[in-house]
Design a protein around this ligand. Structure first.
Ligand SMILES: Cc1ncc(COP(=O)(O)O)c(C=O)c1O
Length: 398
């Protein structure tokens, strides 16, 4: 830890591997046929993607860029789940022809289906809109009861889409896709969503080959629902409608795989007194840790510098801040504790989900990424971006 160049993310191999294996094990316990399809957007570091691939996982992508990235990592197209509104026509058609799992999200995709060859039959899925105000109002985040995504079964949008799809003699509607991240990630909500999917399949006489439940699960965390809790509820919800022997259950975890597998370390670079408190400037930023600026608290540990002075006084209030020029780049407060000093390191735990992919290139470029191996050794798996790396991207433009 003391030799790491800060700021840096640290991938903890043992925890990452354990999350993937536990999730796979739990899936196989509850479903005769299942697919773990990792959500690339949550953290698309190629090291993680390769690990998923080596463990027979699929790549869940939501744009043509993510689709191309999955291919570069080496995922076979048939092992890609292609979702979201940002598909290009070219990659959409290529994916369907190459037998990827493609879930329709936009109306133009339904029109694009007309360009597929007529001498073969192709499978697609469609995303349904999940309105938590109807299914589980208590588990809806504020102002997020309804969802912007998928085709609504509550008006005629889904019905119309299904009718249009049924007009193509070379297209088989093979799957329904549903994804919601809810307020409390409650197990009960997954059972409700599973039943809702079953109801719809029944109502529209759909002969499904797969049901894609999306992500939104907690990872391995004390006091939180386990993978077994989630999958047993989903299995219960689905089995009233489907013979699970004849249907594949797809899950798209992101947070559950990476959140607790990644830490972030930064270093104190300045200590100043302002009014009657101290502002502690670090070389990290809240942009690295909490790109939405919503977190109330962090799991953290402090590693005093080697030259640690036990004479450092205890002070009532320290505000730990990032090193950017943003006034609001404040991270957390420490009360009634030893005054931090330059060189002290702060390790923020479990910050792997939606941090690296959402971090802007603001002031300082992408930081180092280290791998912490099972034998406790560190290796650099991504060198921090330099100004040259940034400049090189723009070289060919005017
Ligand atoms: C379609 C889809 N699948 C899966 C996920 C992953 O969700 P989580 O990271 O909460 O597991 C998301 C996240 O937004 C998503 O939009």
């Amino acid at each position: 830890m003391h030799n790491l160049e800060t700021p840096a993310f640290i991938i903890k191999k043992e925890i990452l591997d354990n999350s993937i294996h536990s999730l796979k094990l739990s899936l196989s316990k509850h479903f005769p046929n299942s697919i773990l399809s990792y959500s690339l957007k949550t953290n698309s570091l190629p090291y993680i993607l390769k690990n998923i691939k080596e463990n027979d996982g699929y790549a869940e992508v939501v744009s043509s860029d993510e689709y191309e990235l999955a291919k570069l990592v080496g995922f076979e197209i048939k092992n890609i789940v292609y979702n979201g509104p940002l598909k290009s026509k070219l990659t959409f058609l290529e994916a369907i022809r190459s037998r990827a799992i493609v879930n329709i999200e936009t109306k133009q995709e339904i029109d694009w289906l007309s360009e597929l060859p007529k001498d073969d039959v192709y499978s697609i899925g469609i995303r349904i809109n999940i309105d938590l105000d109807i299914l589980a109002p208590e588990d809806a985040k504020q102002n997020e009861g309804y969802s912007r995504f998928g085709f609504s079964p509550e008006n005629d949008e889904l019905e119309t889409a299904l009718q249009k799809i049924s007009k193509y003699s070379n297209i088989k509607l093979a799957g329904l896709h549903a994804h919601r991240t809810t307020l409390s990630r409650a197990v009960k909500t997954y059972e409700e969503i599973a039943k809702y999917i079953g109801d719809l399949a029944h109502k529209h006489s759909l002969e499904l080959e797969y049901v894609d439940i999306g992500g939104g699960f907690y990872g391995i965390m004390e006091g939180k629902p386990t993978f077994n809790d989630y999958f047993s509820a989903i299995s219960k919800g689905l089995s009233s409608y489907f013979d699970l022997e004849h249907i594949t259950v797809i899950v798209e975890p992101g947070n559950a795989i990476v959140a607790s597998a990644i830490d972030f370390v930064s270093q104190v670079i300045d200590v100043k007194k302002i009014q009657d408190f101290y502002t502690i400037t670090t070389d990290g930023s809240r942009n690295d840790l909490d790109p939405f600026y919503r977190k109330q608290n962090y799991f953290y540990s402090i590693y005093p510098d080697d030259s640690y002075s036990s004479k450092s006084p205890s002070v009532p209030l320290q505000i730990i801040s990032g090193g950017t020029c943003l006034e609001y780049d404040k991270i957390f407060e420490i009360k009634d504790s030893r005054l931090l000093q330059v060189g002290d390191k702060i390790l923020y735990k479990s910050v792997g989900a939606y941090t690296m992919t959402l971090s802007p290139l603001f002031i300082r470029y992408f930081p180092n990424v280290y791998l912490l191996d099972e034998d406790k050794s560190y290796s650099l798996i991504r060198k921090k971006w330099s100004a040259t790396d940034f400049f090189d991207i723009y070289k060919t433009t005017k």
